[in-house]
Design a protein around this ligand. Structure first.
Ligand code: MD3
Ligand code: FE
Length: 213
């Protein structure tokens, strides 16, 4: 338990319409999930993608599942082929599929079957600037986000870029399910503070499950 007044494990805290924070939902499965990340990155290594504007992203990324999110000078897209290796992305590990499905169900989204998992690695200073996730075909499906390792401050705003943002601290084992009216809201990840976590070392890993195709 984080502190005396923190939510009980398994509590579902509404963050915004359609968005639910499941504190500690991935805590028990974390070692298995992290082992699977090692397997995925042995096949499809971490890389810093280039944005269409020509900047290198501070977050290191890879993917597993039928589709992977990629960025290069031509834009953002989902691709069945890893451009680095010219091969399909590694298969979605069973532990990933189950976590995504069960978290979505706990948040009220039954039958979630992701076809894409973006794996993000934040080292100290790495951040994600304000954006929307709108490269997927089906905005009706939720996005499931699993936080592992070092804590981070997550900002989520509204439908318009200028809407006021709220901030929430996401720690090891937290899961957020974004769906319904919040699915296209703007969000950002503030620069990761330096630290050391027993499960991941000096980084934060985020798994983002989507139905992209
Ligand atoms: C809020 N990653 O990869 S998903 C991303 O912590 C990304 O690495 C976050 O944002 C991270 O695109 C976790 C968080 C997320 C996803 C979709 C949303 C937040 C959202 C849709 C609407 C509002
Ligand atoms: Fe995003």
């Amino acid at each position: 338990m984080r502190d005396l007044f923190a939510a009980e494990e398994g509590d579902a805290l509404p963050l915004a319409p359609g968005a639910v924070l499941l504190r500690d939902f991935a805590l028990a499965a974390a070692p298995e999930l992290l082992l699977a990340v090692v397997g995925v990155t042995a096949e499809a290594p971490w890389r810093h993608l280039e944005t269409p504007g020509g900047f290198g992203m501070s977050v290191a990324m890879t993917n597993c599942g039928a589709l992977g999110w990629v960025s290069d000078r031509t834009g953002y897209r989902y691709d069945a082929t890893d451009p680095l290796r010219g091969k399909p992305w590694p298969a979605l590990p069973d532990a990933f599929r189950e976590m995504a499905h069960d978290a979505a169900a706990a948040a009220g989204y039954g039958g979630f079957v992701p076809d894409a998992c973006l794996v993000n690695r934040y080292e100290p200073g790495a951040r994600l600037s304000l954006h929307q996730d709108r490269d997927e075909h089906d905005y009706g499906a939720p996005i499931v986000s699993v936080s592992l390792g070092l804590p981070v401050t997550f900002l989520f705003g509204g439908a318009a870029r200028v809407d006021k943002s709220r901030r929430v601290s996401l720690v090891h084992g937290d899961v957020v399910v974004w769906g319904g009216p919040s699915r296209l809201h703007h969000h950002a990840v503030l620069p990761l503070a330096d630290g050391e976590h027993p499960a991941t070392g000096r980084c934060r890993i985020n798994l983002t499950f989507r139905k992209a195709g």
